[in-house]
Design a protein around this ligand. Structure first.
Ligand code: AMP
Length: 181
């Protein structure tokens, strides 16, 4: 019997309890990435709605968003733009602060990475509270990007990140969801 996309993806993601700290169920996609069929199916599904559309850039959030975003960019013949923790990019950057559970952090992208009006898809592996993705959306809108969608393999709907992005007017696509956090 042919397994559904959801079955394939769920079976390929490993859950590590209490990592990186007690109470967190860490959804580890390295096992998905290491499974040729699951990786291909996830990328095919993420690019599917945009096949035949002209996409300019895929923006990936450090670090797992780089792996997914690179594959998506290749498939859509788009460029890839890294969004990184502060201090990692060598050229002039735009920067945004965002709050974490304890304190704040900053992320940045190169100032010349995106031209105003370019069509961009934002990519990360997972959306939880949406704080990280919201900061990335702010950076992209500062650059004048035309944000087509924000795409994630995993949604943790109980943490409300999807709703948070949708309230900003962002189209959100996710492939599977896990209850809880
Ligand atoms: P958030 O800003 O709360 O939406 O968190 C999203 C970011 O943190 C993403 O870059 C995820 O890779 C990572 N993350 C948050 N929660 C988890 C989790 N339970 N398992 C794996 N990664 C997570």
């Amino acid at each position: 019997m042919k397994s559904t996309l959801e079955d394939t993806l769920l079976a390929s993601i490993r859950t590590i309890p209490d990592y990186p700290k007690p109470g967190i169920l860490f959804r580890d996609i390295t096992t998905l990435l290491g499974d040729a069929r699951a990786f291909r199916r996830a990328i095919d599904e993420l690019v599917h709605p945009y096949a035949g559309m002209k996409m300019d850039k895929i923006a990936g959030i450090e670090a797992r968003g780089f792996i997914l975003g690179g594959a998506i960019a290749h498939q859509l013949s788009a460029g890839f733009v890294p969004i990184r923790k502060k201090g990692k990019l060598p050229h002039e950057t735009v920067r945004v602060a965002y709050s974490l559970e304890y304190g704040i952090d900053e992320m940045e992208m190169h100032k010349d990475a995106i031209e105003p009006g370019e069509k961009v898809i934002l990519v990360d592996d997972l959306i939880a509270t949406g704080g990280t993705a919201e900061a990335a959306v702010k950076l992209l809108s500062q650059m004048g990007a035309d944000l087509v969608a924000a795409c994630f393999v995993i949604d943790l709907p109980d943490l409300g990140g999807r709703r948070r992005l949708e309230e900003l007017g962002v189209t959100v696509r996710t492939l599977i969801a896990f209850e809880g956090h």
